[in-house]
Design a binder for this molecule. Structure first.
Ligand SMILES: *Cc1c(COP(=O)(O)O)cnc(C)c1O
Length: 463
C-alpha cells in the first residue's frame, strides 16, 4: 500500500488530499500486465482489446456494466496451479470466488477439484459435470438438507467445522448407510493479512475448532469413534490476499504437530493436510504476488520438513486458491456518466455500476486500479475517485486513482482484477440488474452468466 504523492501535483489541487495512492504511471495509457488479464492489450487504434476483441465492440454487443473474463488466462492459471502441485497434491478451486457452469467445465478440463460452501454451489458444480468425489463441502453452518445432499451424492470430503457438525454429519451418513470422508477444520492461532500475519493465542472467529486448549484434539477423538465418518485429514485456512508465506509456515507446523499427537494417541497417521487458500493477487502495480510454482515449492518444503522432524510420513497436501486463479482473469467494463471536479480535492467519476457489482471497496477498503480503455489520451493525469450510481456515499469502486483529465461522459473505463468476489458478491441494491459475465477467447465472446432483467426482479416479487 503506497502513500506517496504525485510529484507534479494533480490538476485541481496544490496539495494532495488524504489517500492511498502511488504517483500516476508515467504513461496512463500503459496497461500493467500484473493487474490485467493475459490477453488484454492496447490495439493500434488506441482502444483496449481482450481475447482479440475491442472493448468498444464488447460494450456495443453486451452493454455495460459487464464483467469480461479472459478464458485463456483462466485456463492458464488453473493449469499453472495444477502443474505446480503435481501428482502428490490436489488443487481445489474455491468456488465462492466466482462460480458458473462454464467455470466448472474449465476446472474439470484442467484437472482441478472444487470447493463449495452451499447447496447452491454444490448444485451448480454437479449440474456442470464436476464428479462428486472431486468436490469438498465447506461452511460453518451447513444445513441438514445440504449435508444430506452432499453425503448422498458422494462428495469427496466434508470439512467439519464444529462439534455439533461432527455428530450431525456422522448421523446423516449412517442413516444413509454411508461412511463420509471428512477433514476437521482447525484454527491454528494465525491470522494472515496481506503483508503480515498475527499469531494469536485464542482465535476470535466463527470458523474452525481451536488447536489451542486441546479442542481440535478432542474433535479428532470424537470423529474417530463415529462409524459414519472416515477422518482423512486436518484443514487450515488462515486468511485472504496473503503475500507472505510465514503465516503458512506457522500453520503447517502447528497442523503437523497435531498429526503427530494423533499418531501418538490413536496410532493413526492421517493421510491428508489442507492448507486452504488466501494467496494474494495484484490489484494495483504495488502488489507483487508469487507464482504458483514458488508457492507449491515453499508449502511442500515446509510440510516435508515438519513431517521429517515429527517422524511422520508426509501427508498428501491440498490447497484451495480462489482469488489467485480467477481474480486477475477478469475486468469490469463501465461507461462514464458524469465527471465532477471538486476544487482542491479530487474529481468524482460516476460510472453505470458500483457497489452492486463490486462491494469489496466498501466492504474491505479494497484497492483497485482503473484505466480509460475506449481510447488513448495524452492529457495530464487527474486524481479521481470512481463511484457508482447507488444511493449511498460509500458507493466507491476505486478510491484513489489517476485518469486522464480529458475524461468525458461516454468514455469506457475498466477496472481490472475483478474476477474474484465481485460477481459472486453482487447484489440487487437499488434494484440494480446484476451484470453479465462474458467469456472471451480467441476472437469469440460468449455470455456465461446473462444480465439480469427487470422481469427477473419482478419474478421474485410475488406480493
Ligand atoms: C475463501 C476460502 C478459500 C479461498 O480463498 P482465496 O482468498 O480466494 O484464495 C479457500 N478455502 C477456504 C476454506 C475458504 O473459506
Amino acid at each position: 500500500m503506497s502513500r506517496s504523492a504525485h510529484p507534479a501535483g494533480p490538476r485541481h489541487a496544490d496539495v494532495l488530499p488524504e489517500g492511498h495512492y502511488s504517483a500516476p504511471a508515467a504513461d496512463l495509457n500503459a496497461l500493467d500486465p500484473k493487474v490485467w488479464a493475459q490477453t488484454v492489450t492496447r490495439t493500434e487504434n488506441g482502444s483496449v482489446s481482450v481475447g482479440g476483441i475491442d472493448v468498444s465492440a464488447l460494450a456495443e454487443e453486451f452493454g455495460t456494466p459487464a464483467y469480461f473474463v479472459d478464458e485463456t488466462d483462466f485456463r492458464a492459471r488453473a493449469r499453472a496451479w495444477r502443474t505446480a502441485f503435481g501428482h502428490d497434491a490436489d488443487v481445489f478451486y474455491a468456488g465462492k470466488a466466482f462460480l458458473s457452469r462454464a467455470v466448472v467445465r474449465w476446472l474439470n478440463e484442467e484437472g482441478l477439484n472444487l470447493d463449495v460452501c452451499s447447496g447452491g454451489e454444490l448444485t451448480t458444480a454437479l449440474s456442470a459435470g464436476m464428479p462428486a468425489d472431486r468436490i469438498a463441502f465447506h461452511g460453518n453452518n451447513k444445513s441438514v438438507e445440504e449435508i444430506t445432499k452432499a453425503v448422498d451424492v458422494g462428495v469427496g470430503r466434508i470439512v467439519l467445522d464444529s462439534f455439533q457438525e461432527i455428530v450431525r454429519v456422522a448421523h446423516i451418513a449412517q442413516s444413509l448407510g454411508k461412511r463420509q470422508r471428512v477433514q476437521i477444520r482447525v484454527t491454528v492461532g494465525v491470522e494472515a493479512h496481506t503483508h503480515e500475519f498475527i499469531a494469536t493465542a485464542h482465535e476470535d472467529q466463527k470458523f474452525g475448532i481451536a488447536l489451542a486448549d486441546g479442542q481440535a484434539a478432542e474433535a479428532v477423538r470424537r470423529a474417530l469413534t463415529l462409524d459414519g465418518l472416515e477422518l482423512v485429514g486436518i484443514h487450515s485456512h488462515i486468511g485472504s490476499q496473503i503475500f507472505d508465506m510465514a503465516g503458512f509456515e506457522v500453520a503447517a507446523r502447528r497442523v503437523v504437530s497435531l498429526l503427530a499427537e494423533i499418531r501418538d494417541e490413536h496410532g493413526v497417521e492421517l493421510p491428508e493436510i489442507d492448507l486452504g487458500g488466501g494467496l494474494g493477487i495484484a490489484y494495483t502495480s504495488d502488489d507483487d504476488p508469487s507464482e504458483p510454482h514458488e508457492i507449491a515449492k515453499a508449502l511442500g518444503e515446509i510440510v516435508t520438513r515438519e513431517c521429517e522432524a515429527a517422524k511422520l510420513r508426509t501427508p498428501r497436501i491440498s490447497v484451495e486458491p480462489g482469488r489467485a486463479i480467477v481474480g486477475p482473469t477478469a475486468f469490469t467494463l463501465y461507461e462514464v456518466g458524469t465527471v465532477k471536479p471538486l476544487e482542491g480535492l479530487r474529481t468524482y467519476v460516476s460510472v453505470d455500476g458500483g457497489m452492486s457489482d463490486n462491494i469489496r471497496t466498501a466492504l474491505y477498503d479494497a484497492e483497485y486500479s482503473v484505466a480509460l480503455v475506449s481510447r488513448t489520451s495524452d492529457a495530464e493525469p487527474m486524481l479521481v475517485r470512481v463511484v457508482g450510481k447507488h444511493c449511498e456515499s460509500g458507493d466507491i469502486v476505486v478510491k484513489d486513482a489517476f485518469l486522464p483529465s480529458d475524461l468525458a461522459p461516454g468514455d469506457l473505463v475498466a477496472v481490472p482484477a475483478t474476477g474474484a468476489y465481485c460477481r459472486s458478491m453482487a447484489s440487487n441494491y437499488n434494484h440494480a440488474l446484476r451484470p453479465p459475465v462474458v467469456a472471451v477467447r480467441d476472437g469469440e465472446a460468449r455470455v456465461i452468466v446473462r444480465r439480469e432483467t427487470e422481469e427477473d426482479l419482478l419474478r421474485l416479487d410475488v406480493g
